[in-house]
Design a protein around this ligand. Structure first.
Ligand SMILES: [Zn+2]
Ligand SMILES: [Zn+2]
Length: 134
């Protein structure tokens, strides 16, 4: 499901949104900033931060945390619940298509009488190019 670009977004915000929408993986602030500069946009880092806050508030973009340092990454809002595989060497983030613990969650809920409202799961390791050098 893709969100529609809000026509009332400023051009900077529309560009930020377009970048997030077209990226194959979640992107962090630095990546967004550098990419926009590279493609000839004139803006500063604080504009990117403000733009992201606005997109999150408007519900177009979702802020997620990945990694031990809980760094912020951004992806298009409205995607199905999913998890990530993260390379400890190069930082590559691969979105995974499905959630392996949905059934487990149901069982656990039955067993413990606990209403489970969510979970966090991140798989880490070395991607194919990094594992060749490990
Ligand atoms: Zn890697
Ligand atoms: Zn899950």
């Amino acid at each position: 499901m893709k969100a529609k670009i809000n026509p009332r977004l400023t051009s900077n915000r529309a560009n930020i949104f377009k970048m997030i929408e077209e990226a194959a993986t979640p992107v962090c602030v630095d990546t967004i900033y550098l990419e926009l500069i590279k493609t000839g946009n004139k803006l500063n880092l604080s504009t990117v931060y403000r733009g992201l806050d606005c997109l999150v508030t408007k519900g177009l973009v979702k802020r997620i945390t990945i990694g031990e340092d809980n760094r912020f990454f951004y992806e298009v809002a409205g995607l199905e619940h999913h998890h990530f595989l993260r390379c400890l060497c190069c930082g590559l983030i691969l979105p995974l298509e499905d959630c392996p613990i949905k059934e487990y969650e149901k069982d656990l809920s039955k067993k413990t009488d606990f209403i489970i409202s969510g979970h966090k799961l991140e798989l880490v390791g070395y991607c194919s190019s990094c594992s060749k050098g490990v």
